[in-house]
Design a protein around this ligand. Structure first.
Ligand code: OAD
Length: 248
């Protein structure tokens, strides 16, 4: 792929780069994106109807089982070339912040260091009542496991629709967007706030905004550069075009 020379120049000189990723960044690892239709057992539900406190209150077992199924899917997958290209980029840029909406932990697995998980991490589990984290729980298939401390129901440590994002992570993400000279929006439909607002915050402060997505999104008209295709292909090519083959 030929990248515009302006973009190559911006990145070569950039001291501060921030990146926002969404489910599309994990698609090539074999995980379904959030707004894909669901498969098999779960085809009758919309993810939006399972990822909420109301859904958990109504039917905790259904929600727990959906996350248990997703957790199992994640255990079998590996980061893809796009995840690793972002690690390469972090190695080249003095101040690099990776903000992700993904709860799958694949950026950390790949080796990203300055990482903000805005929507939590599905591999962590905490008590819905007292908040205590736990690493082990019974695998009774009949009911939702309970907290050893207070007997509250256990839930994934992710942000559900209608819940607040972790304050410190959100503040850091907003600052990173405002300070960025180049801001990437990668594999996200850009429809879920407040993450979607980060690209606009960066743009308002004068950042060059770059989108990499399988298809155009509501952000596309506001970007300086938009590349439509797979992030696992475009990102490694971009890193190679800017920093060469031996970019470590
Ligand atoms: P979506 O499922 O809404 O969007 C995935 C985006 O990735 C789409 O725009 C696709 O076009 C794009 N895409 C798919 N495959 C791709 C690939 N190989 N390379 C590049 N792009 C690709 O997922 P998110 O935007 O992450 O939040 O959704 C945001 C949030 O909505 C999620 O974190 C989740 C959900 O509500 C919570 O659970 C709180």
């Amino acid at each position: 792929m030929d990248f515009p020379s302006d973009l190559i120049r911006f990145l070569t000189k950039a001291e501060r780069v921030s990146v926002l990723t969404g489910a599309g960044a994990s698609q090539e690892s074999g995980l379904r994106t959030f707004r894909d239709s669901q498969s098999g057992l779960w085809a009758q539900y919309r993810p939006e109807d399972l990822a909420s406190p109301e859904a958990f209150a109504r039917d905790p077992k259904l929600v727990w089982d959906w996350y248990a199924w997703r957790r199992e899917a994640i255990k079998g997958v590996r980061p893809n070339a796009g995840h690793y290209a972002l690690v390469e980029m972090e190695n080249k840029i003095p101040t690099f912040t990776l903000v992700t909406q993904n709860v799958d932990g694949l950026h950390r697995f790949a080796g990203s260091r300055n990482l903000l998980e805005l929507h939590g991490n599905i591999l962590r589990v905490r008590c819905a009542n007292c908040g205590t984290f736990t690493e082990t729980w019974g695998d009774d298939t009949e009911s939702v496991p309970k907290c050893e401390r207070c007997s509250g129901l256990l839930r994934p440590d992710v942000v559900w629709f209608g819940e607040a994002l972790p304050r410190a992570e959100l503040e850091s993400a907003v600052n990173a967007a405002r300070e960025a000279q180049v801001f990437f929006s990668i594999g996200t439909s850009g429809v879920v706030q407040p993450a979607a607002a980060l690209a606009h915050a960066a743009r308002n402060k004068g950042a060059v905004v770059v989108e990499i997505n399988a298809e155009p999104t509501p952000l596309t008209p506001k970007t300086d550069f938009a590349f439509h295709g797979k992030s696992g292909e475009i990102l490694p090519e971009l890193v190679k075009a800017v920093w060469g083959n031996n970019s470590r």
